[in-house]
Design a protein around this ligand. Sequence first.
Ligand SMILES: Nc1ncnc2c1ncn2[C@@H]1O[C@H](COP(=O)(O)OP(=O)(O)OP(=O)(O)O)[C@@H](O)[C@H]1O
Ligand SMILES: [Mg+2]
Length: 166
Amino acid sequence: MSLLRLDLISASPEQTQAWGAVLGELAQPGDVYALVGDLGSGKTCLVQGIGRGLGVLEAIHSPTFVLANEHKSGRLPLYHVDVYRVTSAAEAVGFGLEDYVNGEGVCVIEWAEKIREALPPERLKIVLRHLGESTRGLRFEGQGERYEVLLIEFERRIRLGDATRN
Ligand SMILES: Nc1ncnc2c1ncn2[C@@H]1O[C@H](COP(=O)(O)OP(=O)(O)OP(=O)(O)O)[C@@H](O)[C@H]1O
Ligand SMILES: [Mg+2]
């Protein structure tokens, strides 16, 4: 399958959220974004930005006692899934992951590597890692044509944003 990569360094939570917002603006029904990264690497921060870009009105927090939160106040439904406590892909299927992945909304999954077998082969993978106190590495991998196109447009938009600020 075709693959496109984009490596970025975020200098602040605001920057991570701003990039998430661009993704939220570009999102299409059925998109799946698989987030991978340690505790505190910025996954939820990025989802908050995606929600902002989709026009979600309510606050976005990690779903702690449930595995998924559904936000329906934006342009498209946002399914915010967090499988930190899940130990197998089978368990994720048991709580209805399929409905989120195959739904008409945007499905964003924290700790996605735990349920890799249950994910569609075509997806946007985002790997986050700590670099410093307020810096994070974000690696975007578009797996499949939809996500390559998405990443090309995403990169164009964030470069444009940089140019406007300078
Ligand atoms: N450049 C940055 N991008 C994102 N978050 C950052 C950045 N710099 C510092 N932070 C801080 O790192 C923390 C990231 O927390 P967040 O809840 O988003 O992480 P997470 O990956 O979802 O963690 P968890 O695995 O616990 O769900 C926040 O406190 C945020 O302010
Ligand atoms: Mg989180």
